[in-house]
Design a protein around this ligand. Structure first.
Ligand code: X2X
Length: 336
């Protein structure tokens, strides 16, 4: 009898525990981003939150904290904060997470990806899976890809069409030390600073230039802080990754994990298509505001490719030679 009672109690306990485990969802989950809703990046996060709320019929609520405010503006701390549980979820750039996940520097290798199909060939194939495994290994669950975009070079001094034009320019660069190497290879004077500090530094002339996708240049009105020259060199693009802290992830039921993941995939695809489709109009708007836009000829682009080759030698031990080779192969085999 006693044994039976114990069994029943244990079964009831297990049932209760099961329901409690899933009932223990937070009222609201924090989602970190760098850029807010006016930018494609913020819109990707908005869409994810909206889809999850809709599909869970209000059971799962997420709230976005943009401008890296959960890490006091230091976007390179976002990944660590998510890993430790200070942040529940994030839609983050590969650049900002690369200090903690060295494999993410892959995307920052200069001129690895010549066009959008090259980005897709990497993210949507075997290499993308390997990169997600690397993120997972570092303690965060990745769900889907989004896109910040090809990063173009602007400055206040002169039109840039060859490496010699970059020489001596003070350029604001983002979180990964790889950018220091790229711009040093070109003879520039790179300074690493957060997005929060970038616009003030451009305004005061503390730096001469910066690199960011056209959407960021446009929405943040970078031309208004003296950035009159813009070179479309498509030297790299930073994908966005939708991700969740591991312990938070484990609290979701399998159905809700699938819901969160599918919503992230759908939001990412929606944002990638939307931001790519807006590019022509964005470029036209930038030109209309009087910015000198320089498009490189293939020969001019080759000169930049040659000038930055040392970055591959320097970074292949940290990124993984095999991963780089596979990415190059995926790009060579891509469907155009
Ligand atoms: O800081 C930048 O340049 C930005 C907004 O593009 C990133 O977070 C990578």
């Amino acid at each position: 009898m006693l044994k039976r009672c114990t069994l029943i109690a244990a079964a009831a306990g297990a049932l209760l525990f099961g329901s409690i485990a899933h009932a223990q969802y937070k009222d609201e989950y924090t989602v970190s981003t760098v850029l807010p809703s006016a930018f494609p990046w913020g819109q990707a996060a908005d869409k994810w939150v909206e889809l999850v709320n809709e599909r869970s019929e209000g059971r799962i609520n997420m709230k976005i904290y943009s401008n890296s405010q959960l890490v006091s503006g230091d976007q390179t701390k976002e990944f660590s904060a998510m890993r430790s549980g200070l942040i529940d979820m994030a839609v983050g750039s590969t650049i900002n997470w690369s200090p903690q996940v060295p494999e993410l520097n892959l995307f920052s290798l200069p001129f690895l990806m010549p066009d959008y199909s090259a980005i897709d060939a990497i993210t949507q194939g075997e290499v993308g899976e390997a990169v997600f495994a690397a993120i997972q290994k570092r303690g965060v669950t990745p769900l889907a890809w989004g896109e910040n975009g090809f990063r173009e070079l602007s400055n206040s001094k002169r039109a840039i069409s060859e490496p010699a034009d970059v020489e001596g320019l003070k350029i604001r660069v983002v979180g990964s030390p790889l950018f220091q190497d790229t711009f040093n290879a070109l003879g520039a004077n790179p300074t690493q600073m957060s997005w929060a500090d970038a616009k003030p530094a451009l305004t005061t002339g503390a730096v001469d230039g910066q690199e960011n996708p056209l959407s960021v240049f446009d929405v943040a009105r970078i031309d208004q802080v003296g950035q009159e020259h813009l070179t479309l060199w498509h030297y790299m693009a930073d994908p966005l990754v939708f991700a969740v802290n591991n312990r938070i992830w484990a609290t979701f039921s399998a159905d809700d994990q699938a819901l969160l993941k599918q919503a992230a995939i759908d939001a990412g695809q929606w944002e990638i298509e939307k931001s790519r489709s807006e590019l022509d109009a964005t470029l036209a708007a930038i030109k209309e505001r009087g910015v000198t836009v320089t498009e490189l000829t293939p020969t001019q682009r080759d000169a930049f490719i040659n000038a930055t080759q040392s970055v591959y030698q320097e970074w292949s031990p940290r990124i993984g030679e095999d991963l780089i080779k596979k990415a190059q192969q995926a790009v060579a085999d891509r469907q155009q």
